[in-house]
Design a protein around this ligand. Structure first.
Ligand code: ARG
Length: 560
């Protein structure tokens, strides 16, 4: 990804120096108390046959004048640059309004495509809090890439194939209550009952297998019920997606690849990449320190990996992606390494563009999650509880607020999202209601509250007239300006590292810097020019917080 910074000061400074030896990468951030940027001159000493201190002085006298540089100092072999606060403030605030730097980034990225595989739920299985991470990280990356001008393709690679559907079908035919609409919970209990009873009753187990064969053969009755399982699951899961603002462009899951794997298997064979091992067809990966990748079982059945090989090819052909991401838990690390390696061995030039975006584990109120041992925490319940608790807090803090339910929804959902996106994704995280809903911790409510504070000041302040930028040179306001200056680079950085938490961290920093500025002196005073300047800064902060939050799938209520 080509990076265009709002104002690339390093590049600018390197040009002002007028010496071909100096490049952008030679410019560093200045040491504390020595201005904004610095050029260490030691490395030119040999070539120029001069002492570093003399070189620094020479560069200083040969410097091209520029509004952005207030003054320079040659000290101890360094040339230190002090930016003009006024010029920087003006450029940053203008850019917040006219969006010229982000538009430049978008122009560069136009035409690039990223596929993002996220959430990728399993049909007829609970949608629990463990699925939050993939859903939130993928959904956020989808927005981040779009913001930067990419064409993003959101894919929910449904787990909608496997022998378990035969079992569920047998159970549904046997015990299902057809007199009322099926629910996801019904399917869960039917499946549990089937597992228990088939242990004692081998005939039942056999019926599970025959029912699956019927689905595989496409027998109308079986397929109809199988489709009902899918529809029922998706209807319930979509309610959660809607609430979270999660969207997909494709729901092509495992079943979609049923008729698309044979060409891949044939190609693997033709390229002599496969071997038969205990009747199974595998690609050996010993040379790469990995166990073999299973392609078909001894009964001919294909596997999870076979479907992913096929899906990767399908995505490459259909979307012609520049990048293809898989937002899936760390546990599947080996699976993706194997799949990517096999694609590379097949000669897919784009295998290098595949990335497994992994993340750590979620626990709930200090307890690990385990679907198998019954400790299932449904994501829908967590969202509902958080929103309820948000409403309690609002009732306490601001009982007269209009639209309390709507605000509680934004705050509750925001708290859940920030929980998932606020920490480096590789780290394990524990969900705790008090923590995610704290109004003064490093949380969504804190950022939302800061933005609402900006909005209320702006509403009081009225129209913003002409701004004298030199009035924003105080340390508190300049600290805010510097952060605003970094917004787009922060978003680009988070996209390149697939790390929404970089934006989350930034928003906390910006909110804190704004609150310091807010406390340092009144925004609205009798001094009209000063008021104007401070309102302009407040507006830029409000807009940037809102944009940043939206990249984390978080709404910004105007009042809180
Ligand atoms: N359904 C899978 C699971 O829950 C995740 C699928 C991830 N995507 C993929 N292309 N393999 O474990």
């Amino acid at each position: 990804m080509l990076i265009i910074r709002k104002m690339n000061y390093k590049e600018l400074i390197s040009k002002l120096i007028n010496n071909s030896l100096v490049t952008e990468n030679d410019i560093t951030l200045a040491a504390e108390g020595h201005g904004d940027f610095a050029l260490p001159c030691f490395k030119y000493a040999r070539e120029l046959r001069k002492a570093p201190q003399i070189i620094a002085s020479d560069f200083a006298s040969g410097l091209t004048k520029c509004d952005f540089i207030d003054h320079v100092e040659a000290v101890g072999g360094y040339l230190n640059f002090y930016l003009s606060r006024k010029a920087r403030i003006e450029s940053v605030l203008a850019d917040c309004e006219n969006k010229s730097s982000v538009n430049a980034v978008r122009a560069v990225n136009a035409g690039k495509t990223v596929c993002i595989d996220y959430s990728s739920i399993n049909i007829a299985k609970p949608f629990h809090i463990g699925h939050l991470m993939s859903t939130a990280i993928g959904g956020s990356l989808y927005r981040i890439y779009k913001y930067l001008g990419w064409n993003a393709v959101g894919i929910n690679h449904l787990g909608d194939w496997g022998t378990q559907f035969g079992k569920l079908l047998a159970a549904y035919n046997e015990w299902g209550d057809k007199s009322r609409p099926l629910t996801l919970n019904d399917m869960l209990s039917l499946y549990v009952r089937f597992t228990e009873e088939s242990e004692k009753n081998p005939q039942l187990a056999e019926r599970g297998r025959t029912e699956f064969l019927k689905i595989e053969r496409g027998e109308a009755e079986a397929v109809k019920t199988y489709e009902l399982f899918k529809e029922t699951t998706l209807a319930e899961v979509n309610k959660v997606y809607d609430r979270l603002g999660i969207v997909f462009d494709s729901y092509n899951g495992e079943a979609f690849y049923n008729d698309k794997m044979q060409p891949i298997i044939d190609e693997l064979n033709a390229k002599s990449l496969t071997e038969v091992s205990d009747g199974a067809l595998v690609v050996k990966l010993d040379d790469y320190g990995m166990p073999p990748c299973l392609i078909t079982r001894s009964d001919g059945a294909t596997l999870y990996a076979t479907r992913d090989l096929s899906a990767a090819n399908y995505r490459a052909e259909t979307y012609k992606f520049d990048k293809s991401l898989y937002v899936v838990a760390t546990q599947q690390n080996l699976h993706f390494k194997q799949v990517f390696k096999v694609l590379e061995l097949m000669g897919r030039e784009w295998a290098k563009d595949l990335t497994h975006v992994q993340f750590g584990m979620v626990s709930y109120e200090g307890k690990p999650l385990s679907t198998r041992h019954g400790h299932v925490v449904f994501l829908a319940d967590v969202i509902e509880n958080t929103v309820k608790k948000a409403l309690d807090i609002i009732n306490e803090k601001n009982p007269d607020l209009e639209d309390k339910a709507q605000t509680a929804e934004s705050v509750g959902v925001g708290a859940v999202m920030f929980f998932a996106l606020g920490t480096q994704r590789i780290k394990d995280v524990d969900f705790n209601y008090d923590k995610v809903l704290s109004f003064d911790g490093e949380t969504a409510p804190y950022i939302q509250y800061t933005r609402a504070r900006c909005q209320s000041v702006l509403a009081k302040g009225g129209e913003i007239g002409d701004v004298d930028y030199s009035l924003l040179a105080s340390d508190e306001s300049y600290a805010v300006i510097k952060l605003l200056d970094n917004f787009n680079t922060t978003v680009i950085d988070s996209a390149e590292k697939y790390e929404p938490s970089i934006i989350a961290r930034y928003l906390i920093d910006l909110a804190q810097a704004f609150n310091k500025f807010y406390i340092a002196g009144r925004i609205i005073t009798d001094d009209k020019p000063l008021t104007n300047a401070r309102l302009a800064l407040t507006k830029a902060v409000a807009d940037t917080l809102k944009t940043g939050l939206s990249l984390l799938l978080i709404n910004s209520p105007d009042k809180m």
